[in-house]
Design a binder for this molecule. Structure first.
Ligand SMILES: [Zn+2]
Length: 82
């Protein structure tokens, strides 16, 4: 196991100029660090990532998608089982 970082991309939509933005977030791998997109989204509810639109400097953005780098895209859809 090598120490690494988890890289997430936040895909945002600026509320002011309506342009899409992508914000890269890197987190050191460790205890309590989200390992999936779902966990990352949960974390964002408690620790919002500051957003500044690079086009118009607006600080209001709508989160439209989150992706995680370094993971192979899965061919089959993830099915949650209880
Ligand atoms: Zn903007």
């Amino acid at each position: 196991m090598s120490a690494g970082k988890r890289k997430f991309d936040l895909h945002l939509h600026c509320a002011n100029c309506q342009r899409p933005s992508v914000k890269h977030v890197e987190l050191p791998v460790g205890e309590g660090v989200p390992s999936t997109v779902d966990e990352f989204v949960d974390m964002l509810e408690y620790q919002p990532v500051p957003f500044i639109c690079r086009h118009c400097d607006s600080t209001i953005g709508t989160l439209v998608a989150v992706t995680m780098e370094g993971e192979e895209p899965r061919a089959e859809p993830a099915v949650a089982t209880a």
